[in-house]
Design a protein around this ligand. Structure first.
Ligand code: ZN
Length: 462
């Protein structure tokens, strides 16, 4: 066979190979289509899966991570014990912290079928609204507070119920503290009170909050899907650090006496504006008592102390209620301005002695004719009808003679007089560690003329 013939034969064979019957042709076509469809389906499924993975990773990632965290960890706070406030003797506790319980739930760890039962029990035992409790129990959160500062008896009742009903996870009973003031109204405007989270809201409780409050601790428990604690390596405990105690300069006995007589005096004299007493140790400036009337019960700081207001409490607007309470809490001894009257003649006398412009017993150095004229205005002595006549500084102080101290003020002059006010600390605040201290009621030096100076030296209204 020639080479050409061989090739033709091969070609023929190849041609035969592709010479297929119609039946065979149909079969190949169907196979191809199926394969193409399969590839498309696989491609689509893969694409959908990729999109879903992307969605979970980038869109839902944080939410899912949070949900897993919520389900696995049960994060609870441990409240520290707030420091005690003692009086100056260190023996009488004016503010103490008693142990109570706080009830919280971990909604994700309460079974769906138990939620209504749990909400019912909680609302019954702690006298809280059922609907609100059910909402809290049904939330997708790690922790919800049900009741704060409940007594041990109530907490025991809950624990008994949990045991009887076989619900051992998802409800927490933690120790907490509650502020209690053993002397009720005593020194109320000084001590102040705390809010529901034990934070100081007024008085010493607010000023020394960072010292008294201590540091909150926490329990982080890692739990399995059913809410059971994964022991040992899964538990993290950070203990709370209790707050520091505080000893005041206030002596509870002196404070009690001051408050008793202040109340009597205010009632007897019908003082509608209230009153204050400050008792200070003159040797070191310690405040031994600071009484205010009216005052309030520190254990009920949001209940008005005035009986009549209390009876009509519901008829007041929110703003009126707030104003009434602010007035009741107000420490007038440091927040209100007060004109000292004739007692201020002592300051004028001290400045005159220090400046050497007079002495205590220069007989007849001054003269009271019953009045004195300053800037065209005649000021009477309180005993104008029978003038004091010739006076030494000592006699003028004993008689509280107005004309003598006005003339001393004129000799001192505004600038020198103000330099003494400054030295005595009358132009600024005392810096007492209580909130709301008001500034001085003196006019600035450059606004003081002869008339104002006259008023300051004897401290009378024009
Ligand atoms: Zn006089």
């Amino acid at each position: 066979m020639s080479k050409i013939q061989k090739m033709t034969k091969k070609a023929k064979k190849r041609k035969d190979k592709f010479k297929l019957s119609n039946y065979e042709k149909k079969g190949i076509l169907t196979g191809k289509k199926r394969m193409r469809n399969s590839i498309i389906i696989v491609f689509l499924v893969m694409t959908l899966l990729a999109v879903r993975i992307g969605w979970i990773q980038f869109i839902d990632g944080d939410k899912l991570k949070y949900m897993a965290y919520v389900q696995h960890t049960l994060d609870r706070k441990i409240n520290p014990k707030r420091g005690t406030i003692y009086d100056a003797t260190g023996e009488k506790a004016l503010a103490v912290s008693a142990t109570v319980r706080t009830i919280t739930v971990n909604p994700v760890n309460i079974k769906k079928e138990d939620k209504e039962k749990v909400a019912k029990a909680l609302s019954d035992i702690f006298n809280v609204d059922y609907e609100k409790t059910l909402k809290k129990v049904s939330r997708r959160s790690s922790i919800e507070t049900i009741a704060k500062k409940v007594e041990k008896e109530q907490a025991d009742e809950l624990m008994k119920w949990m045991e009887e009903n076989g619900i051992l996870t998802g409800i927490n009973v933690d120790e907490d503290t509650k502020r209690y003031y053993p002397y009720n109204n005593l020194a109320s405007q000084i001590i102040g009170f705390c809010g529901s989270d034990n934070q100081g809201l007024n008085g010493i409780e607010a000023v020394y909050d960072t010292i008294l409050k201590g540091n909150t601790g926490k329990i982080i428990k890692i739990a399995d899907a059913k809410g059971n604690t994964i022991l040992k390596e899964g538990e993290d405990y950070e203990s709370a650090i209790d707050g520091n105690d505080l000893v005041l300069t206030i002596d509870a006995t002196i404070q009690g006496i001051a408050e008793k007589y202040l109340a009597e005096a205010c009632i007897d004299n019908n003082c509608t504006d209230g009153g204050s007493i400050i008792v200070m140790n003159p040797n070191n400036g310690d405040i031994l008592a600071m009484a205010g009337y009216p005052n309030y019960n520190l254990n009920e700081p949001f209940i008005p102390s005035d009986e009549e207001i209390k009876q009509n409490w519901d008829s007041y607007t929110q703003e009126e209620k707030s104003n009434i309470l602010q007035q009741m809490w107000r420490n007038r001894a440091i927040s209100d301005g007060y004109e000292p009257g004739s007692t201020f003649k002592l300051i004028t006398a001290s400045a005159a002695l220090e400046e050497g412009i007079t002495d205590t017993d220069n007989k007849g150095e001054f003269n009271c004719s019953g009045s004195i004229e300053i800037a065209g205005v005649r000021i009477k002595c309180w005993r104008y009808y029978r003038p004091h006549g010739a006076q030494s500084l000592r006699e003028a102080l004993m008689n509280s003679c107005n004309p003598v101290f006005i003339s001393i003020g004129q000799k001192l002059g505004v600038h020198t007089y103000y330099s003494y006010l400054e030295k005595f600390g009358y132009l600024g605040k005392t810096g007492i560690d209580l909130p709301g201290e008001a500034g001085s009621i003196f006019l600035p030096e450059n606004k003081v003329g002869p008339v104002e100076l006259r008023n300051n030296c004897i401290w009378s209204k024009i």
